[in-house]
Design a protein around this ligand. Structure first.
Ligand code: ATP
Length: 633
């Protein structure tokens, strides 16, 4: 036998440290996590045995056993599932299968997790919760189908290392043996274990059993008792999604949600229905109330768990949900699918397409209902998931209007933090207003002080504030809402002024020409502005160009973006522009005029949130002008 010592990966140590030193409440969840892992292992064995009967090793008596041993102070959780090879044990129990390890570590150190350590449940680190109640954890495991002597014993007492040694195990599956801490001895008691299983694992499909010894009076000698040991099942094993709605309590719904999602917060909404007709299926779906930390990662798993005739086929069936509803968790069971479906088959399976359509509709209907009935709850939900839902406008052409009805935005007329729907915006539009105005930017404060809103403020026109990075693409994709076109406040030509724009364009024509000649290819044109009131100039993107925020986002992703030349807009009513016109009339060649044009262009860059072309030259020129100005007084 070879026993090898191995160090844990840093993130495992961190988790263990948190588990042991910060988690004081709900320690009993370790049992839920271990039972859940055992149940997953049986699911896998059962599924793989559909195509390879030898994995059954002669029996289909699936169960999860709890074996308390008071003398040894140990609790064993045993399953007869798929088991692990040596390599699998190293991978599964020594590392954290996670792509965003760095972000994950950051999160672990965050206040939020420190204050609510239960949150670590959502990281998929259930196994390590065993160390909350045990000084030492041993895992004796053998892969289904392997020889008895090809088992492995993994052991650790959370000191930064674990050992691995070869072992023998006559039956397939896994024993997780916990050497309980002094203050965790209650987990050896039948009533305690029964209570925890009932509370957290009642719906587990496989029996969670324990040998229970009862003493009864001896029928032959009333003075004595006889004891009898029987195997009792602690859980009712009802697949909650197949039960009648009326039979299920909110607590049961919530507990099941926590089981499948590893979220500790109750869900925002439950959707439970049965579809009958040509395609029959049951669906139990949840809208979470908190965004999982990994939802924006590439390897985030989308879709409900799929069951076919009570056999779990896959834990995330991505073909059943559009990506913009990836926050939805749940279970779908259909008897119209074959047991041996693969992901490839599911991709273009007719039944799956029908189910996907139905789920999508049901979820969007539920969101609409939630918005109508309880705006506060919907607002809280939107805060967490609105950004994801919005992707649907881009990806689900057919339903983009339904999704548009679900969007919420702040506007220049709402209090900070308060949001309105597009329908509310349109209702509030005056009869002269033809378009839906919106402005994109990094945050509300930046947007509100932007020169692009000057004319809107003056005319008291409401402008929607959009601060998500891809809002501009989403809105361009939507194009129209209730027959009203969208118009960006920072793009394209606007004419909300006093109706004298054309006149002014002529009046200032020569000066504008000179400015364009001076700026050359830096701008596509120089024109009189229909949006400025207080500022002298601003830069404006073309109607169909990307807004500066999108340009920056693509550049940050290392992508080349056609920047599209912008137009410099000039405010003819600004004192400086009037003076420049005077200067131009006196001397077209004036070097000062040229200097001003350059400075104005740099100023426009600054207003857009960019740096001037040459900050040093800009600062020098500005100081020079200030010195001259000071000299005049
Ligand atoms: N009883 C078991 N039988 C077989 N494999 C197991 C068992 N318990 C744990 N494992 C393996 O260890 C891995 C890690 O378990 P852990 O509970 O930490 O996270 P997880 O179950 O993968 O994540 P999640 O809790 O999100 O489902 C599992 O994915 C599985 O591969």
């Amino acid at each position: 036998m070879t026993a090898n010592k191995h160090p844990f990966k840093a993130e495992v140590n961190k988790i263990l440290d948190l588990m042991i030193h910060s988690l004081y409440s709900h320690k009993e969840i370790f049992l839920r996590e271990l039972i859940s892992n055992a149940s997953d292992a049986i699911d896998k064995a059962r599924y793989q045995a559909l195509t390879d009967k030898s994995l059954l090793e002669g029996g289909e008596d699936w169960k999860i056993e709890l074996i308390p041993d008071k003398a040894a102070g140990t609790l064993t959780v045993r399953d007869n599932g798929i088991g692990m090879t040596r390599d699998e044990a190293v991978e599964a129990l020594g590392t954290i299968a996670h792509s965003g390890t760095k972000e994950f570590m950051k999160l672990l150190e965050s206040r939020e997790v420190k204050d609510n350590p239960e949150l670590i449940g959502q990281f998929g680190v259930g196994f390590y919760s065993a160390f909350m109640v045990a000084d030492q954890v041993s895992v004796l495991t053998r892969k289904a189908g392997a020889d008895a002597e090809h088992a492995v014993l993994w052991e650790s007492n959370a000191d930064g290392t674990y050992t691995l040694e070869d072992a023998e195990k006559p039956t397939k599956g896994t024993d997780v043996i916990l050497k309980l801490k002094e203050d965790a001895k209650e987990y050896l008691e039948e009533w305690e274990l029964r209570k925890i299983v009932k509370q957290y694992s009642d719906f587990i499909e496989y029996p969670v059993v324990m040998n229970v010894t009862r003493s009864t009076p001896d029928p032959e000698d009333k003075e004595k008792t006889v004891s009898e040991t029987t195997e009792e099942t602690f859980n009712s094993r009802k697949a909650i999604w197949l039960k009648d709605k009326a039979e299920i309590t909110t607590e049961e719904y919530n507990e099941f949600y926590k089981h499948i999602s590893h979220d500790f917060t109750d869900p925002a909404r439950v959707i439970h229905y049965r579809a009958e007709g040509t395609t029959e299926f049951s669906a139990l779906l949840y809208l979470p109330s908190k965004r999982p930390f990994d939802i924006f990662y590439q390897d985030y798993k989308i879709g409900p768990t799929l069951y076919v005739r009570r056999v779990q086929i896959m834990d995330h069936c991505e073909a059943m949900l559009p990506t913009y509803l990836r926050f939805v968790r749940g279970v779908v069971e259909s008897s119209d699918l074959p047991l041996n479906v693969s992901r490839e088959i599911l991709q273009d399976n007719k039944t799956v397409t029908v189910i996907k359509k139905s789920l999508t509709k049901k979820i969007l209907d539920t969101l609409a209902e939630m918005k109508k009935e309880d705006m506060e709850a919907y607002g809280a939900f939107y805060e967490q998931f609105g950004r994801i839902l919005k992707e649907g406008i881009h990806h689900d052409f057919e339903r983009r209007e339904t999704i548009a009805d679900l969007l919420l935005f702040e506007s220049t007329k709402t209090e900070p933090g308060k949001k309105i729907t597009l329908a509310e915006y349109v209702e509030r539009m005056s009869s002269e207003q033809k378009e839906i105005y919106y402005i994109t930017g990094p945050d509300r404060a930046a947007v509100e002080s932007s020169p692009y809103l000057e004319v809107f403020k003056e005319k008291e026109i409401e402008v929607l504030i959009m601060t998500d990075d891809f809002d501009d693409i989403i809105i361009s994709g939507l194009g129209v809402y209730k027959e009203k076109e969208f118009q960006s406040a920072i793009k394209g030509d606007l004419d909300l002024g006093d109706g004298k724009k054309e006149e002014k364009q002529k009046e200032f024509g020569d000066l504008l020409e000179l400015m364009k000649a001076e700026l050359k290819d830096l701008v596509a044109a120089v024109r009189v502005s229909g949006r400025l009131k207080d500022s002298a100039v601003c830069l404006v993107a073309g109607e169909h160009d990307l807004d500066p925020k999108m340009v920056k986002m693509f550049q940050a992703m290392g992508q080349e973006v056609p920047k599209g030349q912008r137009v410099l807009e000039v405010n003819p009513d600004h004192e400086l522009i009037a003076r420049m016109k005077g200067l131009f009339a006196a001397d077209k060649e004036s070097p000062r005029l040229k200097e001003y044009v350059g400075l104005l262009y740099d100023q426009a860059l600054l207003l857009e949130g960019e740096a001037p072309r040459n900050p040093v030259a800009f600062a020098k020129a500005l100081s020079k002008l200030m010195a001259e100005g000071a000299g005049e007084n």
